[in-house]
Design a protein around this ligand. Sequence first.
Ligand code: HEM
Length: 124
Amino acid sequence: MSNFYEQVGGEKFFADLVSQFYAVVATDPILRPMYPENDLQGAAQRLQWFLEQYWGGPDTYQENRGHPRLRMRHAQFAINTAARDAWLNAMRIAVDGVEINEELKTQLWSYCEMAANSMVNQPD
Ligand code: HEM
């Protein structure tokens, strides 16, 4: 039984997803100021590595960045429900823009919602 990474077509899928996600981040009034001014490319690379690893692809994230500990890495950003919703909005657009079957889409989206909720670290 192949894993999610293989079922969606591997690296190309994640590159597409992440590039669509960052196209929205680049113009989002809440998100854009939170990301490095001159390095959206680097941020995109890190998210792509992470998602590939999470879904059963190569461990490139771990090799370059160490253990994910995502909640800790996000502690430096003030993430309230508005920031979470902006992140999820960008990811929804990206997920809607890729071609995979509905079952895989639902699986991906459920994970994104759960993960985004777990990153909230500020009261509204
Ligand atoms: C809930 C709203 C979220 C906001 C506002 C947010 C914001 C950010 C920002 C500003 C960065 C720094 C960019 C950089 O790497 O230079 C970052 C990094 C990162 N985010 Fe998020 N994020 C959110 C949720 C998530 C979720 C749900 C995931 C995973 C599914 C995620 C995965 C990552 C990863 C892998 C990095 C790079 C960490 C590293 O290696 O340094 N983020 N995020």
